[in-house]
Design a protein around this ligand. Structure first.
Ligand SMILES: Cc1ncc(COP(=O)(O)O)c(C=O)c1O
Length: 370
């Protein structure tokens, strides 16, 4: 049989490996799904807010056979008010992942390049590769982004720089002042020739004093896209909704390559309710801070090195990560190996409920003893 003809840059892609679904592990090991804990995809262990659940139940009652609003009018108004930018600067995505793809679709092709950090969110590499563009991975500094080195790596063909702040899978955070300096330098040197995409999927987990007013930066820099998601702190990972903020020039480009109905009716409605539920967000933040301490204290007690986290997961160095991952799976605990991110000795552990964190730490201690 003849080979399917596909471009070499597509054939070179190593597909994204998601955290193992609970049902899959249950099938593979004959486990009761209810006994499994999943700390592998940085989801919200509280689920979503009760208000969202109630609004969704109502929305289902009124569901018609119609497409969603392709322009997400109401949700954009809410997001715009939240960030104090014009609604025309908001682009909705099927998760923020969609917006990363849209940016690379709009800005990259063969003969161009994208710059991102070593151990940065893997989709930057994947979406760059999918366009046939050159990817320039800049060595990490203490697991985090080295912004001066990333600035130096920008070349004549560079059209896009990805920054994850905080970053996944390392949990590192670059101080706002450093990001601001970087944005100013890139714009001063390259103007609109180089777009910076600042991915703030985990911004809601930062402490208030660490947070940047990135919407203000969007007002300052026409070459900046900021992305956010409802998947993490808002607990809507299953509904797939995220957004980008950018000035009209970039927003127009993103919309040229966007599928018209990329965010469903229920997702749009849920996101509006989630955005307004500040109590749920505060409860999430509080629980996450406690769980982070619980995990990090546990790792210290076990004598394991970890990267101090600014997110809802912790990267911990365990040595034989693949072996330990396998043993955890057999005990019904799903965490994330990160060898594909260049970290073969580490596991990434999402912060769960206190009892889930404790069960994971007990299992890890047991495995390390044997
Ligand atoms: C840094 C970062 N950006 C973006 C995303 C995409 O998430 P979503 O498409 O659910 O918004 C993730 C998901 O894990 C992430 O870790």
């Amino acid at each position: 049989m003849s080979q399917i003809l596909a471009p070499a840059h597509v054939q070179a892609i190593a597909p994204y490996q998601a955290g193992k679904p609970i049902e899959e592990l249950a099938r593979e090991y004959g486990l009761d799904p209810a006994s499994i804990i999943k700390l592998a995809s940085n989801e919200n262990p509280l689920g979503c807010s009760e208000h969202v659940r109630a609004a969704l139940a109502q929305a289902v009652e009124h569901l018609q056979g119609r497409y969603p609003d392709p322009n997400g009018f109401d949700l954009k108004i809410d997001i715009a008010a939240h960030h104090q930018v014009p609604a025309q600067w908001v682009t909705l995505g099927n998760g923020s992942n969609d917006l990363l793809e849209l940016a690379s679709l709009a800005l990259l092709d063969e003969g161009t390049s994208a710059v991102y950090a070593q151990h940065a969110f893997v989709v930057y590499r994947l979406s760059t590769q999918a366009r046939g563009a050159r990817h320039c991975q800049v060595p990490a500094k203490a697991y985090g982004h080295d912004l001066p080195a990333m600035l130096a790596a920008i070349a004549e063909d560079t059209r896009l720089v990805f920054i994850a702040n905080p970053n996944n899978p390392t949990g590192t955070h670059v101080p706002a002042a450093d990001v601001q300096t970087f944005l100013a330098q890139v714009y001063q040197r390259y103007g609109n020739q180089v777009t910076v995409l600042l991915d703030e999927a985990y911004d809601d987990y930062l402490d208030p004093e660490e947070r940047a007013d990135s919407a203000k930066w969007v007002q300052q820099y026409p070459n900046l896209i900021v992305t956010r998601t409802f998947s993490k702190a808002y607990g809507l990972a299953g509904l797939r909704v995220g957004y980008a903020l950018a000035q009209p020039g970039l927003t127009d480009l993103l919309n040229r390559v966007r599928q018209p109905f990329n965010v469903g009716v229920l997702a749009q409605q849920a996101a509006r309710v989630a955005l307004a539920d500040t109590d749920f967000l505060a409860a999430t933040h509080h629980l996450n801070r406690q769980g982070r301490k619980q995990l990090q204290d546990g790792f210290t007690q076990l004598g394991l090195e970890f990267v101090p986290s600014h997110t809802n997961f912790v990267l911990v160095q365990v040595g034989d990560a693949a072996g330990i991952h396998g043993q955890l799976l057999r005990r019904g605990i799903i965490v994330r190996p990160v060898a594909a991110d260049g970290l073969p000795q580490h596991l990434r552990v999402s912060i769960g409920l206190p009892a889930e964190n404790a069960r994971f730490l007990d299992a890890l201690a047991d495995i390390l003893k044997s």
